[in-house]
Design a protein around this ligand. Sequence first.
Ligand code: ADP
Length: 531
Amino acid sequence: MNLFALSGLLTVMTGLPIAIFVYWAGSDKISNRLWALFVLSVSGYGWATYRIALLEDMGSALFWWRVSMFFVILIPVFFYHYTRFFLNIYNPKTLALVYLSGLFFLMLDFTPYFIHKVVRVFGLFYYNSDPTFFYTAFVFWFIFLVFVTHYQLWRFYKSASGEKKNQIAYFFLATAVGFGGGVTNFLPIYGFNFYPILNLAVSLYPIIMTYAIFRHQLFGIKVFATGLLTGVILLVLLFQIFFSQTPSELVLRSLFFIIVSIFGMLLIRSVLQEVRSREKIERLAKDLEEANEELKKLDMAKSEFISLAGHQLRAPMTAIKGYTSMLIEGSFGKVAERSKEALERIFTSTEILTKLTSELLDLSRIETGKMKYDFNSVNIAEIIQNILKELEMNARNGQIALKFKNETKNDIKVWGDKNKIHEVIINLIDNAIKYSGEGKNVVIWLRNPVHGSSGALVAVEDFGIGIRQEEISKLFGKFARTEESKKIRPDGMGLGLYFAKKIVEDHKGEIWAESKGQGKGSTFFVELPVA
Ligand code: ADP
């Protein structure tokens, strides 16, 4: 056997099993079917080459050359189609044109307008010679299609990433080697004295592809490997049947063959099922990821809407508050006592509304990452004194005494945003007032820190409704409220502590609460690092 025949035989031997397995591993998938057709065309070409290389008679050499060309015409067409599919390119018109041009050459193939003469080359076999116009057109068409397809692959390769990039790389390598070698077969036709030795490269591409399949799971590697192994075992068993010496051996071996076939089929089926369910899970995971992205976008849109609405509400509320307070003070003339009461209610309600609006605005700021800080050295004792003045009226209404116990010697300064720290502490003291019964006192302690070696610890202690142990850690979450507090103060939103925690954490401090249980009061702690 000469090398040309060997290259043909090798191409069939590597290509055919791959074509069968790829088809069989996913006959319902277009990609598998297309790739199988492509490999089958190459195998057909290999088979015809094998025949040509061994023929002694000129007449049948011409026939086998035409058979060989039949497959060669199909190769770039299927390759082109498969690549388009693999790269998700949808262009039906171009595809139709490629198929039509392929059909055109197929129709010419068995006429003298394509191949009309073969000559003996290298003293070994008959080779296609004296190319016709259409044959040369075909050579250009072939090279052009292969070039365009590889160019597409290359462009996608540059922008692809991860697994897809690897797949394209192997794909590219395999087909480039195969085509690169195969194209040199045209040379002797045009009078170049080049033995078509590179035809051997054509048989290499299925090997590279197989490696790619094993490494990068192009067509479901598990099914492929299981099928291959089962096939080899069955082939060996079949041979054994043929070489049986006695009838009993024949029966026994045939029986064994049948049993192994059944188990092999069952094995393959279970692997196939496993692969399918894995594919399903992967698809579900992808859907979930997309849904999650969508939710994030909606969440963002919601935060932006709240921010917009909040800003729009602010101005009218300030006007309502301002004018109500002027009416109460009598700036627009004397107000009857009953009307005054109503006006005071309007004023308090508007204040609650203002607080809610600013809480919603803060929430949207946190969620959109727009919380801004102005860090400076801050005197904590001073902040507490100011807050006590602000809340004096509130406390007095509930007959609550606010006591400030400063246990630090010098005025402690911490590093932070004055307004934000003010917001945190006022919220704690306001809560202490809100959630204490009438006549209960609230004590505010300023101490040296427990956790850090330097800094300040503010503790707000009350003797009010208290908190159940299991609820303490939850209170710093968004919209968290205890059932008891809802009964006493239905107007709260459960956002104050959530903001406080966020602010304190942004100051690299700590915030926590302690309570001996329901009805036994609670203490809220804030620790901030020193300036
Ligand atoms: P709001 O007070 O507007 O509900 P906060 O975030 O400030 O929101 O507080 C969250 C919840 O924590 C309150 O609803 C209440 O259930 C609980 N809480 C806060 N401070 C105290 C306290 N001093 N005593 C008892 N419960 C408290």
